[in-house]
Structures are given as C-alpha cells and as structure tokens.
Design a protein around this ligand. Structure first.
Ligand code: GUN
Length: 278
C-alpha cells in the first residue's frame, strides 16, 4: 500500500480555524511585523503567504521591506522601534539575508518576548532546556502534524538530514524533548544512507531534489520532506516522492506538506505572544 499523505495544508487549516475562534475573544488583533531585505523570489512568495494568512485569519501583518544594500544599523534601529511598539506582538526577519548582514547580530536585537520565529538565543536556550517559550515554526509544525496523525515519537529513531538553525538544530531539540532518539546528519556525514535507513521518522531539510531515494528509506518509515527547490518552475522536495511513497507508511507532499504548517505555527506563536503581553 502506498504511504498515507501527511497533508499539512489540511492540518494547518484546522489549526487556523481553531485559532480564529480564540482570536474572536481578543480585544485587539495581534500584530506581526515581517522584515524583508531585497527581493529574493522564494522569500517574496513566503512573505506573501504569511501576509495573506494573517489577513485571512484576523491578524494584523505589516511587511517592512529594505533594499539589498541596507546597513545592519538601519535594521537594528527598525527592530528596536518595533520592540517598543504596543501594537506589534511578533517580529520576524525573513531569511536568508544578504551575506554582508550578520544574522546573529540582527536576531539578537529582537525582543525575546516578540521573537515568534523562536530564533533568538534565549528562546533556543529555553527549547534546549525543555522549557520552551517560542518554538521555531517548521519544527513545531512537523511535531503538530505527527501528533495530528497519532504518529508516536517517544522511543522512535528520528533521523534528521540538515543542521540549519531554522530547521535541523531546533527540530533535533524538540524531538529529543519528546523522547525520540535523534540522529542529525549533514554535508560531512559519511555513509548517509546507512543512517537514514535506520530511521523510524526521516526528516530531510537540505534543499537538494532527489537526495532521498527509496533505497535510503526503511520499510514503513514516516518521511517528512522540508526541502523546497524550484526545478523548471515547479516546487520540488528532497525526497523522490513517487518511489519513496511505495515504501513509507506516511509521507509529506511538496508543496502542501510542511510549508503550510510553518505559516500556521508562526500565527499561533504570534497569538501566544499577544496573550503573554496582555
Ligand atoms: N526562511 C525560511 N524559513 C523561514 C522561517 O521559518 N522564518 C524566517 N524568518 N525565515 C525563513
């Protein structure tokens, strides 16, 4: 039997419907500020999706664009202004940033209480100590999707391919907090297939289409594809979907899998930030 689809699009819709019910009892609309530098085509799409989702579900989104040659001081000053604004509950800086901007020095300026991406070192530290405040949207969305489908995590071997600050690292902490045995693989890992084939839950977050072949997957594994690459104008994940779905028990499609969950978790974090501040 082919794998059951983990349709993030449908799960996200359910999360957001529940969120909008909760939103109707709030005095004000929670506000999300999105800083974007330059016009990276993928970032433009992601930011548009975030702004549209906010508009649809009753949050107030503000996109603040800067040219590619913006200075770090200008960005930091804008963040400080947003930190002080009463009507802004969440602040995110869309990544990647151009190389001349030090991401760490920018993320650190965001107030940890408004850091709805969960990228500030304080929030990463809290996640690592198993006392999280804001958990990054993609890891949180993956966990939520597993829970929604009653897929157990405790005691399972989760193999993560990719060690980014956005996905791989925080996901490893989150799954560890939920009692998974976690292996993190990356570009220097030797014999990648010998590790992925051991995974009960295999998550790939690299951005290399076709990286995960059927031979790298254990029979009945749960396969989560976080990769998003554009090939001939189409969005492609890291996983050879057609072949791997014959072997896996569950698999995420690309698009319509993890992506919509990330957006939904960002909105949930923004509503949580509002509640914490009021
Ligand atoms: N770029 C890719 N994913 C993300 C994300 O979750 N947050 C931000 N700020 N940038 C991203």
């Amino acid at each position: 039997m082919p794998a059951e689809l983990l349709e993030g699009k449908i799960v996200a819709e359910k999360v957001l419907r529940e969120l909008s019910t909760a939103l109707s009892s709030l005095v004000q609309r929670p506000g999300l500020a999105i800083i974007q530098v330059g016009e990276d085509p993928a970032s433009l799409i992601y930011v548009r999706k975030k702004v549209e989702a906010c508009a649809r579900w009753g949050l107030k989104a503000e996109r603040i664009g800067f040219p590619l040659d913006v200075t770090i001081r200008t960005l930091q000053a804008k963040i400080e202004e947003l930190n002080a604004r009463e009507d802004v509950d969440g602040i995110i800086v869309q990544l990647p940033l151009p190389l001349h901007l030090d991401v760490e020095a920018i993320v650190r300026v965001i107030s940890p209480d408004k850091d709805v991406d969960g990228f500030h070192p304080l929030n990463i530290g809290l996640l690592t100590r198993k006392t999280p405040r804001f958990i990054p949207g993609t890891p949180l969305g993956i966990l939520h999707m597993l829970k929604h489908h009653h897929i157990p995590v405790a005691g399972k071997h989760a193999v993560i391919v990719g060690r980014s600050n956005i996905v791989g690292r925080p996901l490893a902490q989150l799954l560890l907090n939920h009692d998974a045995t976690v292996t993190v693989c990356h570009s220097k890992t030797k014999e990648l297939a010998s590790l992925t084939v051991q995974a009960d839950i295999l998550i790939s977050a690299v951005g290399k289409p076709g990286l995960i072949t059927s031979a790298m997957v254990k029979q009945d594994a749960v396969v989560i594809d976080v990769g998003t690459s554009r090939v001939d104008g189409k969005l492609r994940g890291d996983v050879d979907f057609e072949e791997v779905r014959k072997k896996a028990s569950f698999i995420t499609p690309v698009p319509g899998g993890v992506g919509p969950m990330t957006v939904a978790m960002l909105m949930k974090n923004t509503v949580d930030a509002y509640r914490r501040r009021h």
